[in-house]
Design a protein around this ligand. Structure first.
Ligand SMILES: NC(=O)c1ccc[n+]([C@@H]2O[C@H](COP(=O)([O-])OP(=O)(O)OC[C@H]3O[C@@H](n4cnc5c(N)ncnc54)[C@H](OP(=O)(O)O)[C@@H]3O)[C@@H](O)[C@H]2O)c1
Length: 305
């Protein structure tokens, strides 16, 4: 594994993390604790130290699986990133709640679910600018940082062209941006990444496999069951993406290299990108994803102290 510093923080994150939206049950599988344990144990064996979860991957369900796991392992060896701003109601159904009082309650619920007394990175979960521009919210969160419940604040931008929230980061003490970035969607290269480099913000590239399409295992026309979030993706757009994946597979992926591994390494080449957080459904996927670190450059700017 390779490690990079997350922006101005002192955190040294593995260049490949584990995204855990999947544990919330919206990707066609309901996970059990032993299945989650196997995924996280494999990640630990491979040197992965970063987990990304959220309040609304199930009703703190993904966090609860992680918390149960951490309670039986070494909490301090993990960097846990979670998020705030939503209440989960049912599969594919949540409401937004970004007012300061509610967010502090959400934080306490996350700490309880994660069975920990601190969160390494607490991220604004893709809310609109109207709720982001709220001094009361950031003052309340600053108090949580002072109290030691949160080590660092971050912003997961909803649109990957959200310049407003990226630009405002340093002023609200947010030290990392989470953004959709992958071989099919390079929009952050235009405006968001230059700001991240300028402000020395850490970058977590999310959806780095384009929801699994960039693994190369799906073909144009493939369909997903109703309990899989991809069932709700626009059919025409998915078809076009899968056709583009076939072209990339034929023209860009070197022979003998697993396409998922290649797609993650592709993201890690950008000087602004600190880490990728692919969602993983089993230990074999974790293994393939971790191999991307071998292809990542040693002289990346954030690989230096
Ligand atoms: N607003 C936000 O803040 C936000 C939004 C979205 C995601 N996220 C975070 O970002 C993480 C990653 O995004 P994502 O999970 O939506 O998309 P992703 O990482 O692009 O794709 C994940 C899917 O790819 C497939 N996959 C993973 N590794 C593979 C491998 N080695 N070989 C083949 N298939 C593989 C798995 O599904 P199959 O095996 O079923 O194909 C998995 O569910 C999430 O888990 C979550 O933590 C945050």
């Amino acid at each position: 594994m390779k490690y990079r510093r997350l922006g101005k923080t002192k955190l040294k994150v593995s260049v490949v993390g584990v995204g855990t939206w999947q544990f919330g049950g919206e990707w066609g599988i309901n996970f059990s604790q032993p299945e989650v344990d196997a995924i996280l144990d494999r990640a630990a064996e491979l040197g992965i130290n970063l987990l990304d979860t959220a309040e609304c991957y199930g009703d703190h369900l993904s966090e609860s699986f992680i918390g149960d796991y951490l309670s039986r392992r070494n909490r301090e060896s993990w960097i846990v990133a979670t998020k705030f701003g939503h209440h989960f109601h049912d599969r594919f159904s949540r409401t937004t709640h970004f007012d300061a009082q509610d967010v502090v309650k959400q934080l306490d619920a996350s700490l309880k679910a994660l069975q920990t007394d601190y969160i390494d990175l607490y991220q604004f979960h893709s809310g609109p600018n109207e709720v982001f521009d709220n001094d009361e919210l950031w003052t309340a969160l600053d108090k949580q940082v002072q109290a030691g419940k949160v080590l660092h604040l971050g912003t997961s931008i909803g649109s990957n062209a959200n310049v407003h929230q990226t630009q405002a980061s340093s002023s609200i003490n947010s030290q990392a941006i989470q953004v959709v970035y992958n071989r099919l969607d390079r929009i952050p290269e235009e405006e968001v990444f230059p700001i991240c480099l300028e402000q020395d913000l850490g970058v977590l590239a999310r959806v780095p496999l384009a929801s699994g399409y960039l693994s190369g295992k799906y073909k144009p026309g493939d369909v997903f069951g109703p309990t899989d979030v991809r069932h709700n993706h626009d059919k025409e757009a998915t078809l076009r993406k899968l056709e583009e994946v076939q072209r990339i597979q034929a023209e860009e992926v070197p022979a003998g290299v697993d396409m998922a591994t290649w797609a993650l390494a592709w993201c890690l080449k950008h000087p602004a990108v600190t880490t990728v957080i692919p969602g993983c459904k089993n230990p074999a996927q974790v293994t393939a994803n971790a191999l991307a670190a071998d292809l990542a450059e040693d002289n990346h700017p954030q690989a230096r102290p």
